[in-house]
Design a protein around this ligand. Structure first.
Ligand code: GLU
Length: 426
């Protein structure tokens, strides 16, 4: 897998700006709004010390980039990964703005994290790192201002630590009403039933709908997945439950192949949540990582990091559908090659939007003091994701364009309307 080791020819920030500028040209976006949306509002960098298990102190660097809040509070995940830096956070924050706008949510976009490999730290260290990061961010986050969520290598436990630290350090009169400072919390601590599977469910649903629109169904369709974290696992689970067959999986440590199908639950049990890897799974063969993208299949799901499908490998891809579970997995050059080959790309801001839609439901649940049941959540999620999917599909058909362009046109036009209505302060 081409991860941090690779020298990327095109950064994620360049990719998102290219996508934005292309759309701005298409919709003839007013130059004032083009200026505003082409830049991130706030880039917060914090350095903070944490005591390690051996008594030594390490200083960490954390980021939170807030791109735009024209439609509502900043919203987006926090990731713990060696590739986290200002540029990555800027790109990912912009993608969040487009994603929340496309989904019709009352949110803007943000992203952040810490530049670490969490596998190098104990759970106790990760807890102290997370708490001290939250403290360092201080009032830069807040339930009506900027609401983090899980992302790469962070999870419900991370969110619980953030919520607890935030609530313990703000003024006592506000403490009890602020658990919606983060979403993706554990169900016992204000989390939403089903938030864990929301992103993967959206990936599955958008693939299913696309295939349905071609008069086909998922039965017997083969798919391959890059990344077997939360998104890769849940998407695979829903797809296989609907009759599709997982034939290859790749993570940073191994690439597995089995033409008869890989058992999703068994693989998940093999690969433990945080430090685990799919490597060593006995019911599939380990193959050359370089051959992964070229495997014959019906659906390719990049569900790991950005910049994976590039002009170096796009020509190999045989799947007629690429469903972007990850954020920014395809560079503009990679995309050009895929589109020329007639591949349909379900773009990240649509394909993985189930996560932030689930987050919105959690935020509402907390704000209104309600508790929703799993069935109710899954029904609401399905309804909302299908609504967004149909909106993009209509734009694809009306404008005879690709799915990313269609999604961007809808997302950026909505923000433009908001600016036109409210004007620019002062
Ligand atoms: N990290 C997820 C994303 O990239 C979820 C963000 C959220 O729920 O705020 O969409």
């Amino acid at each position: 897998m081409t991860t941090s080791q690779t020298v990327n020819k095109q950064s994620m920030y360049e990719t998102v700006l290219k996508q934005f500028n292309k759309t701005a040209d298409i919709i003839n976006l007013h130059s004032n709004i083009r200026k505003i949306l082409g830049i991130t509002n706030n880039e917060i960098i914090v350095h903070f010390p944490v005591k390690m298990d051996d008594g030594k102190v390490e200083v960490f660097t954390g980021y939170r980039v807030q791109h735009n809040n024209a439609l509502g509070p900043y919203k987006g995940g926090l990731r713990y990964h060696p590739t986290v830096d200002v540029d990555a956070a800027k790109a990912l924050a912009m993608w969040m703005t487009w994603k929340t706008s496309l989904a019709g949510l009352p949110y803007g976009g943000a992203k952040g994290g810490i530049q670490i490999d969490p596998r190098n730290y104990s759970d106790a260290e990760l807890e102290r790192i997370t708490r001290r990061f939250t403290y360092a961010l201080g009032e830069n986050i807040g339930p009506e201002h900027d609401i983090p969520a899980p992302d790469v290598n962070t999870n419900a436990q991370t969110m619980a630590w953030i919520a607890d630290t935030y609530m313990s350090t703000i003024s006592s009169s506000e403490r009890s009403q602020n658990q919606h400072v983060v979403t993706g919390k554990p169900v016992g601590s204000g989390g939403l039933e089903g938030r864990d599977r929301a992103t993967g469910f959206g990936v599955y649903l958008t693939i299913k709908e696309l295939i349905k629109s071609k008069g086909e169904n998922l039965k017997g369709k083969t798919f391959i997945v890059q990344g077997f974290g939360n998104v890769g696992y849940w998407a695979s689970k829903f797809l296989t439950e609907d009759g599709a067959k997982l034939i290859a999986v790749q993570d940073a440590h191994a690439t597995l192949y089995n033409e008869n199908g890989i058992a999703v639950e068994e693989l998940s049990q093999h690969s433990s949540p945080r430090k685990g890897s799919i490597k060593g799974f006995s019911s599939a063969n380990e193959i050359d990582p370089e051959s992964f993208f070229g495997l014959e299949c019906d659906i390719l799901i990049p569900a790991a990091l950005g910049n994976q499908i590039t002009d170096d490998n796009a020509y190999m891809i045989q799947a007629p559908i690429v469903a972007e579970g990850a954020n920014g997995p395809t560079t503009s050059e990679g995309e050009k090659i895929l589109l020329e080959k007639g591949v349909t790309i379900i773009p990240d801001i649509l394909c993985n939007s189930g996560g932030v839609i689930g987050s919105y439901f959690e935020w509402l649940q907390n704000r209104n003091g309600e508790l929703w049941e799993l069935d109710e959540v899954m029904n609401k999620l399905e309804k909302k994701i299908l609504q967004v999917f149909k909106k993009v599909q209509t734009e694809v058909n009306d404008s005879q364009t690709d799915w990313r362009t269609a999604a961007y046109v809808i997302a950026i036009s909505r923000i433009e309307t908001a600016y036109n209505q409210r004007g620019i302060f002062p």
